[in-house]
Design a protein around this ligand. Structure first.
Ligand SMILES: C[S@@+](CC[C@H](N)C(=O)[O-])C[C@H]1O[C@@H](n2cnc3c(N)ncnc32)[C@H](O)[C@@H]1O
Length: 258
């Protein structure tokens, strides 16, 4: 995994103090003239927190923006129960509690929230969780998007521990898993954002173990998002919803042995 530092965009005292606070909370170093020693920087700006790759000829910053125009224009579409993801999680109109065990930049969590679901979004990479927390916070005050992101609760940590620690009454209706795509998948879907996230968060090679844990601690079904031709995670699903760019593998809960 790449080395991540935290930096302020400018020398302003306010930004520097927020940067020090963020670095302390995440257990990451504050960088200055040593920035080149890092693979990516979490940069605190006056508007948001961004993840920026370090080095020449790098792509632009990655950040979470639920208020972006493109997202706003798609709100009606995102709430459509005809989407594959809605069918995969078994959404039939009444709200579900979904654990998004691989929250990342929160795109899928936001779609599920737009459907009306309550989402517990679990993210183990401190840097990625910081981006998501920042995006959720900025969206919270918006009159249209605020009530949607209010349905998302961010939990920082490993979803395997989170699920295993839930009492039986708190288990989610659905656990949703979207691990990093395998390296051999070179579609446009593996966008610059995910390439940078992979650099920071790693390859998710333990995703099969996450599926195993989710199958034990989920009330209803577990849904795994995969590239169309990628091998199954752990075992073949009971059924699958196939799209052009992704497929959703659906696993019913494993019955507890008596
Ligand atoms: C491909 S990204 C998910 C993208 C996300 N679905 C979205 O819409 O933005 C995978 C993310 O899952 C996280 N992750 C992988 N395994 C995890 C686990 N066991 N617990 C918590 N987070 C995990 C990684 O750190 C990474 O940020």
């Amino acid at each position: 995994m790449g080395r991540v530092g935290v930096a302020a965009e400018s020398e302003s005292a306010g930004l520097r103090s927020r940067t020090a606070g963020l670095a302390h909370a995440l257990g990451l170093p504050v960088t200055g003239s040593d920035a080149e020693a890092f693979d990516a920087l979490l940069v605190v700006t006056t508007q948001r927190i961004e993840l920026r790759p370090v080095g020449p000829k790098q792509a632009g910053p990655v950040y979470v923006d639920f208020l972006a125009g493109a997202m706003r224009r798609r709100l009606r579409e995102l709430a459509s129960t005809r989407q594959l993801i809605a069918r995969a999680v078994g959404f039939k109109g009444s709200p579900l509690h979904i654990v998004d065990a691989t929250a990342g930049l929160g795109r899928d969590a936001f779609v599920l929230a737009c459907l009306g679901c309550r989402v517990t979004a679990v993210e183990r990479s401190p840097a990625i969780a910081a981006l998501l927390a920042d995006g959720l916070e900025r969206a919270a005050g918006d009159s249209v998007v605020g009530p949607l992101v209010e349905r998302i609760r961010l939990v920082r940590g490993d979803a395997r521990d989170y699920l295993a620690d839930l009492g039986e009454g708190d288990q989610p209706d659905v656990t949703y898993i979207d691990p990093m795509f395998p390296h051999q998948v070179k579609t446009a879907l593996v966008k610059k954002e995910m390439r940078l996230c992979r650099l920071v968060a790693g390859d998710d090679l333990d995703a099969g173990e996450l599926l195993r844990v989710a199958l034990t601690f989920t009330r209803g079904r577990v849904v795994v998002k995969r590239p169309p031709r990628a091998p199954n995670l752990l075992k073949p699903p009971a059924f699958c919803y196939k799209g052009k760019i992704v497929r959703y593998d659906v696993y019913p809960r494993v019955a507890a042995s008596k």
